[in-house]
Design a protein around this ligand. Structure first.
Ligand code: ZN
Length: 361
């Protein structure tokens, strides 16, 4: 796959609308991308996660899972007011600052998409106190340009409808930056698809499962059921992390264009140390750019995967991103492809002997 094909894949994935529990369009898209691989088996679980299973050639093959979440942060319609204004609640983490005056897309109960704006008060009439505080989301509303609740209800908009940022993904000036609404975590879905494509003609010993999980943004929920159903020997969660290269940020080595970030810990998991070392060795051997990452807050699917059954050897691989959880997060092609390279080489070289090296004796 050329860079151009990878960019197309990533942009298309970012543009699909799918909040937690509404990931079906993403699942369909991934299934289509991988449909021509005859040796990949597809399975689902009851929370909507979808697994693409590719067997390795070894009889006693260990299983490696690569998990990326399909859901994006968004909102749900909670109430339609008499005058047609629509109240909404966040699904996943949002900061009020990034929302006022923005466009949001409401997907109606008939599957049609409607664009509205989040109403904002003109600065002319703001009090000093209002001016210096962040408006909470429960005080916001979406305006579709209608005058009555009837108009809104007639087009099938009702409580429970999905709301997502209106933001078409695009390529930045350098041809490497990708900017769009749902790169958390669709960029990792693109990485997972690319890994399976590159492994097509590779005679690897280990089994590989790409798990596209659901409901990560509301508490790593799809990862819990999917890791129970498709329990691997070794698990990688692939997600985005903070790029520390914006003005005013503390100095950390993980930035845009520093390669794949090997996560040491976040609030949900401490990466298995043997796995972190083995993964670093693969990166070094193949001259893949990487940094070590640590996050005092936040979590990834690894947080629930590693606690499955009697424990799973797990770590997170992250793609640095600016402006996560907004209309326009930014990642780069080179960091994404570094993640692909690392995973492909890890899978190629992994076998039951290597698994023994990771295990407690
Ligand atoms: Zn994420």
């Amino acid at each position: 796959m050329s860079n151009k094909d990878f960019i197309k894949l990533a942009l298309e994935l970012a543009d699909i609308n799918g909040i937690s529990s509404r990931e079906e369009e993403v699942a369909t898209y991934v299934r289509k991308q991988l449909s021509h691989f005859k040796d990949i088996k597809v399975e689902r679980d009851n929370l909507g996660s979808i697994a693409f299973i590719k067997k390795g050639k070894a009889k006693d093959a260990p299983t490696i899972s690569i998990t990326a979440h399909m859901d994006e942060v968004g909102f749900m319609v909670t109430r339609i007011e008499k005058n047609g204004f629509i109240k909404f609640a966040p699904i996943g983490g949002w900061w009020g600052h990034v929302l006022l005056g923005q466009r949001l897309t409401i997907t109606s109960s008939n599957g049609k998409e409607y664009t509205g704006v989040v109403g904002s008060t003109p600065p002319h009439i703001l009090t000093e106190a209002q001016r210096s505080s962040v408006l909470s989301i429960d005080k916001m509303y979406i305006d579709l340009g209608t005058t009555s609740d009837k108009e809104v209800k007639d087009i099938g908009i009702k409580p429970g409808c999905m709301v997502t940022p209106t933001s078409q993904a695009f390529v930045g000036l350098d041809g490497d930056a990708l900017i769009g609404k749902a790169f958390d975590d669709r960029i990792s879905i693109a990485v997972g698809i690319e890994v399976l494509k590159r492994l097509e003609k590779v005679n690897h010993e280990a089994n590989v499962i790409l798990v596209c999980s659901t409901q990560e943004e509301v508490g790593l929920r799809g990862a819990k059921t999917s890791a129970y159903k498709w329990t691997p020997d070794v698990a990688f969660a692939v997600d985005v992390t903070i790029a520390y290269d914006m003005p005013g940020m503390e100095e950390k080595e993980t930035k845009l264009r520093t390669g794949v970030a090997l996560s040491l810990f976040d609030r949900s998991v401490i990466g298995n140390n043997n796995l972190v070392q083995m993964t670093e060795a693969v990166a070094k051997k193949h001259k893949i750019k990487y940094t070590f990452d640590s996050l005092p807050l936040g979590g990834t699917d690894a947080g629930t995967i590693h606690l499955t059954k009697d424990g799973v050897i797990t770590m997170t691989l992250s793609i640095p991103s600016r402006y996560i959880h907004s209309h326009n997060s930014m990642v780069t092609v080179q960091d994404s492809l570094a993640t692909v390279d690392l995973l492909v080489n890890f899978v190629r070289e992994f076998n039951s002997k290597k698994l023994e090296e990771l295990k407690y004796k």
